[in-house]
Design a protein around this ligand. Structure first.
Ligand code: NAD
Ligand code: MG
Length: 388
């Protein structure tokens, strides 16, 4: 996988960056990083769903040549683009070298495919679309000559450990998980978990959907599937360990038994920066100081897969393949949206995913159309059976 970003870094040209989802948690983090790195990068495109006020402030500050606001009905400023087509337009622009896809959920799929088709580097935070359409996205990457560089901290850690090494040297990867706010809760306690409880993540400040995914551990299943597609590893060689301090971002074990890990204070600024500069590293003042004594002790424990059905269901869907990962992802997105609207209970999220996979997990999943059909069917299933 090779876009010409690496060459661009060394040739001292300022690389053009499009940020899709610039008003979200990752999008605003990326703009903090890019504000410090204006000598290397130029923000040339920004898109958001409906937060016109924040998008306007960002556009004023960074003066991009393209601004897109997806939601129809919100009056766009003069010169702004509107509707879902603006995501693809931003991703394909000639002045864009790197597309940071920081959109949440399956809405990010076509922009990733468009960027890869044009041979761009995709700095991918939007893990849901690699999960729902992993074969399609990796095929688009190969066909278009683009490159996918993960933003997710665990996958960034793995990439940083294996950078420059052939994949055959890797025996297994161990992805770390904070365990979320319910790490020590019993199943009885989980029955009574509220939205407020679920949104109280112990180590990371993130958007609401991924914060709930971290509480159900659906996020870790998404990350196992993400690792499978990013690094071409079979599921038997991808493991998960709970690490409540979120300081070790993942481990890579090599064939000789040596284990490398990447560590850092929990902050998405480094993974975002590394996704822009990989395989190079550049100086940055924003990343917090690392003090092993202050961060100690670092502890590890097994994942309680039996208590968190969204995790085991997701990994099983990944192993099954076809449309099952798309059904898992869409059912999860639909169930989390209902939970965020206080229309279902926390424990119903896993039940909804299980029901959707039972009913629809055998749907075909080769083409974009088949995947989107599975996605739509799973959302409808959850809406019809669970929304009250
Ligand atoms: P967020 O909800 O804070 O932001 C989402 C962004 O996507 C917003 O800018 C919003 O305008 C845009 N958006 C939402 N729906 C859209 C649609 N239908 N069409 C176009 N744009 C839309 O979410 P986030 O926490 O920044 O997460 C973004 C992605 O990054 C997710 O896939 C998440 O799993 C992943 N991620 C986030 C973190 C984190 O620390 N926040 C860490 C790792 C991975
Ligand atoms: Mg992660």
């Amino acid at each position: 996988m090779a876009s010409d970003v690496g060459g661009g870094m060394s040739a001292n040209k300022r690389l053009g960056v499009a940020i899709l989802g610039s008003t979200g948690s990752i999008g605003t983090t990326a703009l903090r990083v890019l504000d410090r790195q204006r000598e290397r990068f130029r923000v040339v495109a920004l898109t958001a769903f409906n937060n016109a006020a924040l998008l306007g402030e960002q556009a004023e500050r960074f003066q991009p040549s393209f601004v897109g606001l997806v939601q129809n009905g919100v009056d766009p400023h003069a010169g702004w683009n509107a509707g879902t087509a603006c995501l693809i337009e931003a991703a394909r622009r000639d002045d864009v070298d790197i597309v940071l896809n920081a959109i949440v959920g399956s809405a990010g799929l076509d922009a990733t495919l468009a960027a890869l088709d044009k041979g761009k580097r995709v700095a991918l935070a939007n893990k849901e679309t690699l999960v729902m359409a992993g074969e399609l996205v990796t095929a688009a990457c190969r066909a278009g000559g683009g490159e996918i560089v993960p933003v997710d901290s665990e996958h960034s850690a793995i990439l940083q450990c294996i950078a420059g090494r052939p994949g055959v040297d890797v025996r297994r990867v161990i992805i770390t998980a904070s365990g979320g706010p319910f790490r020590e809760w019993t199943s009885d306690q989980l029955e009574g978990a509220t939205l407020e409880d679920a949104l109280r993540h112990p180590t990371w400040r993130m958007g609401r959907k991924i914060t709930v995914d971290s509480a159900t551990l659906a996020n870790k299943a998404l990350e196992v599937i993400e690792a499978h597609f990013l690094f071409g590893l079979p599921y038997d060689r991808i493991e998960v360990v709970v690490h409540p301090q979120s300081v070790v971002h993942s481990f890579v074990e090599f064939v000789d038994g040596s284990v490398l890990a990447q560590l850092g204070v929990p902050s998405m600024e480094l993974p975002v920066l590394y996704a822009l500069t990989h395989p190079d590293r550049i100086a940055d003042t924003g990343v917090p100081h690392f003090d092993p004594v202050a961060l100690s002790p670092l502890t590890f424990e097994p994942i309680r897969a039996d208590q968190f059905s969204a995790f085991s269901l997701g990994v099983a869907a990944g192993r099954k393949g076809g449309a099952a990962p798309a059904v898992f992802n869409a059912a999860n997105e639909a169930a989390v949206a209902l939970f965020l609207d206080a229309r279902i209970r926390f424990a119903d999220i896993g039940v909804a995913i299980a029901g959707a996979l039972d009913a629809l997990g055998d749907m075909p999943g080769v083409s974009r159309e088949a995947i989107l059909a599975a996605d739509t069917a799973a959302r409808r299933f959850v809406q019809e059976r669970f929304a009250c």
